[in-house]
Ligand binder design. Structure first.
Ligand code: UDX
Length: 472
């Protein structure tokens, strides 16, 4: 019997690549499993420029990177509004090359690919090898994607009228929780022809054809949703939070790297760690909108005034290109009261070592876009959140953070300076103890899930055993 050989293919974006690299490393620790990691050339180049990923993975003789083009012109920014083009590029240009790798003699014995890659079902069938989807978004948000046909059938989308606060009834298990505004952002499209809605419907039909689905989550957080999934897809592996699963496994095998474990696509500015060292415990708000989200200059100024007026020290990641219409040389051209107050109690960087920042004792809150990695990283460190979701799954995540898990506040759809100030004060002052206590409880559950005999620990063991034995 051939040695197990997994071909891993992430969606070429920061969040998914980060997750899949962590999973790949976890698989590599089992030396009898070979792992080929398929990156787009663009992502690979950025990883090589910004991290020591090459050196880190060189210690695994059973691992190799391979690359394919992504079909996009080099100057495409590959951010927020380009997501459709990114998927089209993968489908048209990368997927035929992926197919050749899969059906080649001595090809992989198992595929682990992003849940959005519907083309993988036919390729896995042709090669007669098992396919595992890894959906790197949250199960609670994926569950709403899968409910899109039900929402259409019930006439709940497209929305009739403008009331975004109306409750939604056709997502099983989420009745009374979701308002229209909490559905994935594509549900706001005025008609059903939107390519993303069509793709999501297709995704729902394909995902059930895989041999299993992997999630970066844990039972203590999403147990009820995972039960709903299991009724539809019996073979679910909930193995998160991956970033602490890998740290704990490396610590146990005494292989913890001396350098960082960064998978960043931007160079991390480590100077902010010294700045954080100068602050008291739980006093600083961390602000970041992740790798894809953008904001208008007007929103940017509202955020800035809100932060400054809250009087809370803040560390703010202003990713290059994330503020639309703000020229590089204009950044100093801001109202004096903002720049002066920022000198006093702010620190601005273009990209931070986020996992380390959130783990720093001075961090007391996180103003986030509610990307799934960011949400989990905050949960693990017991950091309460203020959520300003930008698109797709993030709208569901932020609702769960605020309403279900009670780990912070959902600021969705508004960001005037008064609201920003009020919410920052709520999380950092008025209800600080309440939020910190709740966040600590969830953090404890997260950490327990990856400890020996925890649910995520066991699911990872089962996944590895299945990869060894799985045949279709
Ligand atoms: C994308 C989608 O937009 C999101 O909805 C989905 O949940 C995942 O993929 P992204 O913007 O990449 O989101 O957000 P997120 O999933 O939070 O991932 C961002 C990653 O970048 C995190 O792991 C975070 O630690 C890292 N990061 C972010 C840094 O290392 N430094 C920073 O300064 C900011």
């Amino acid at each position: 019997m051939a040695l197990p050989h997994v071909l891993v293919f992430p969606l070429p974006l920061q969040g998914p690549v980060n997750c899949m690299l962590k999973l790949a490393e976890l698989l590599c620790l089992h030396q009898e499993i070979h792992v080929t990691f398929l990156n787009t050339e663009h992502i690979q180049q950025r990883l090589l420029n910004c991290t020591d990923v090459q050196i880190r993975f060189e210690k695994y003789p059973n691992f190799k990177f391979v690359t394919v083009p992504d079909g996009l012109p080099e100057d495409n920014p590959r951010i927020g509004d380009q997501i459709r083009k990114i998927i089209e590029g993968i489908e048209e240009v990368s997927s035929p090359l992926f197919r050749e790798m899969v059906i080649a003699a001595c090809g992989p014995t198992c595929l682990i690919v992003d849940g959005i890659f519907t083309f993988a079902v036919d390729i896995a069938k042709e090669a007669r090898i098992p396919l595992l989807y890894f959906d790197t978004i949250s199960p609670c948000s994926l569950w709403t994607y899968l409910a899109v046909p039900k929402l259409i059938e019930a006439g709940e989308i497209p929305f009739k009228g403008n009331d975004l606060d109306a409750l939604v009834n056709s997502v099983p298990g989420m009745e009374g929780v979701l308002r229209r505004r909490d559905l994935p952002s594509f549900c706001r499209a005025p008609d059903l022809d939107s390519p993303i809605i069509q793709h999501v419907i297709k995704e729902g039909k394909h995902i059930v054809q895989a041999q299993g689905v992997i999630f970066n989550t844990f039972e203590g957080l999403e147990g009820p949703i995972l039960s709903q999934f299991r009724a539809m897809i019996p073979n679910i592996y909930a193995i998160g939070p991956l970033h602490i699963q890998i740290k704990s496994k490396l610590a146990n095998s005494q292989c913890l790297p001396k350098t960082t474990m960064s998978n960043s696509l931007w160079k991390e500015d480590m100077s902010c760690m010294d700045w954080l060292d100068k602050h008291p415990q739980k006093s600083v708000l961390f602000v970041s909108i992740g790798s894809l989200a953008t904001m208008s200059k007007a929103h940017f100024l509202e955020f800035w005034y809100g932060l400054v007026n809250s009087m809370t020290p803040f560390l703010w990641v202003q990713r290059p290109g994330s503020i639309i219409g703000l020229e590089e040389d204009n950044i100093n051209n801001v109202p004096k009261e903002l720049s002066e107050s920022t000198k006093e109690r702010g620190c601005i960087v273009s990209w931070a070592p986020q996992e380390e920042v959130l783990a720093h004792s001075s961090i007391g809150g996180f103003l986030t876009h509610s990307g799934w990695n960011s949400t989990l990283e905050s949960i693990v460190e017991g950091v309460p959140m203020i959520c300003w979701p930008y698109f797709v799954d993030q709208h569901v995540n932020s609702r769960y953070v605020g309403e279900v898990w009670k780990l912070g506040l959902d600021m969705k759809d508004i960001c005037d300076r008064a609201t920003v100030e009020r919410m920052v004060r709520q999380v950092m002052e008025v209800n600080k103890i309440k939020f910190l206590e709740r966040a600590k409880q969830m953090s404890d559950l997260a950490i327990a899930s990856v400890a020996e005999s925890g649910s995520s620990y066991q699911d990872l063991d089962r996944l590895i055993e299945d990869i060894r034995l799985m045949r279709i």
